[in-house]
Write a protein that binds this ligand. Structure first.
Ligand code: 2P0
Length: 332
């Protein structure tokens, strides 16, 4: 390693959307077609260490101990934005680790790109405001813009041609409305259709995509209000409705995008039954078969037990709400 190498590390948490991001605006800036509202999870994180070194010939990326050249284009594109800002051309070696399954609908690209840009900005000595980091993280992955922040977070789609108003911002800190999340993992492989290409196909061929776009702003308003007033029942209603609507649009894509398996539906049924019987819990599902049950902290044990006993649930992951990205010096 050269004497003038620049190093830093970051930990960013995964997040799950309560009102979903699904669809992209035209252009190459990865601007979402719709806003979204998410919660950041404490227990699911990406740890990323990064070194810029003038002696490196090219960027390199290792994830969970394996070289991942397939991810390099998106990673280098994010690093290039920061290198330009810093006026530095050095290539980087990036080593990242997820403490949860990658590419399986648990938002590993969200935590991954949020950690990447935060570690890179720190290594380069750039003092970027969180909103600026959010804009750069968005270029890597739309949902990563949200993982810069903790607690309840809103992503604004924005309308500027340069994407400068397409960023996330915090709505409520984790401690202001503590909720827990119980994830029922129903399959551990990487998904067949990445969400980015899934949403593009959906926009091109799903007859329900225009309805998704048209009804989305009202969902955002309802969700914002439910969070502002800490109204669990209203949050449950709007989160489940947004999830069903996104998956309905996806399923009507040609060829169909079916991210669920049979166990996914079993979990959904069980969670709806629990809520009917008075347990404060609701579900959401992203572009993968895992089911995320969001509940009041006092209900966590009952929710875990109900989901763990369902045949086909291979693992339960539990989390409370977590903070935004954290960076540190890196000595390795
Ligand atoms: C979300 N998803 O709001 C939605 C719900 C998946 C389903 O954000 O193409 O990996 O990298 O911008 O961020 C996943 O999309 O997509 C996602 P890209 P990303 O959480």
């Amino acid at each position: 390693m050269s004497a003038d190498a620049m190093k830093a590390a970051a930990r960013a948490r995964s997040n799950i959307a309560l009102v979903k991001y699904w669809g992209k605006a035209p252009g190459k800036l990865n601007v979402p077609a719709v806003g979204s509202i998410s919660i950041t999870l404490d227990a699911l994180w990406s740890d990323t260490e990064l070194i810029f070194d003038p002696a490196f010939a090219a960027d390199e990326f290792m994830l969970d101990g394996k070289h991942r050249p397939d991810q390099l284009a998106r990673i280098s594109a994010c690093l290039d934005i920061l290198r330009d800002l810093a006026g530095i051309g050095a290539r980087a070696a990036v080593v990242s680790r997820n403490n949860f399954p990658t590419g399986a609908g648990l938002a590993s690209s969200a935590s991954g790109f949020a950690a990447l840009v935060s570690a890179a900005a720190r290594a380069l000595g750039l003092e970027l405001a969180p909103r600026e980091l959010s804009i750069v993280a968005r270029r890597g992955s739309g949902s990563a813009a949200r993982s810069i922040f903790g607690g309840f977070v809103e992503m604004r789609a924005g309308s500027a041609a340069d994407g400068r108003d397409s960023y996330a911002e915090p709505l409520l800190a984790a401690a202001e409305w503590p909720l827990d999340v119980v994830v029922a993992v129903t399959a551990t492989g990487e998904k067949e259709v990445a969400s980015g290409s899934g949403m593009m196909r959906c926009a091109q061929s799903s007859p329900f995509y225009p309805a998704w776009l048209e009804t989305h702003p009202a969902d955002m308003a309802l969700c914002r209000e439910a969070i502002r007033s800490r109204d669990f029942e209203a949050l449950a209603e709007i989160a489940e409705a947004s999830c069903f609507k996104m998956h309905a649009a996806a399923m009507a894509t040609r060829p169909a995008l079916i991210y669920w398996n049979g166990v996914t539906l079993e979990c959904i049924g069980r969670i709806r039954q629990l809520r009917k019987s008075g347990v404060p819990v609701f579900f959401t599902v992203d572009a993968g078969p895992q089911v995320k049950a969001v509940c009041a902290p006092g209900a966590r044990g009952a929710v875990r037990e109900a989901l763990a006993e369902l045949p086909g649930v291979v693992r339960i992951i539990e989390s409370s709400l977590g903070p935004g990205v954290e960076t540190r010096e890196c000595n390795s």
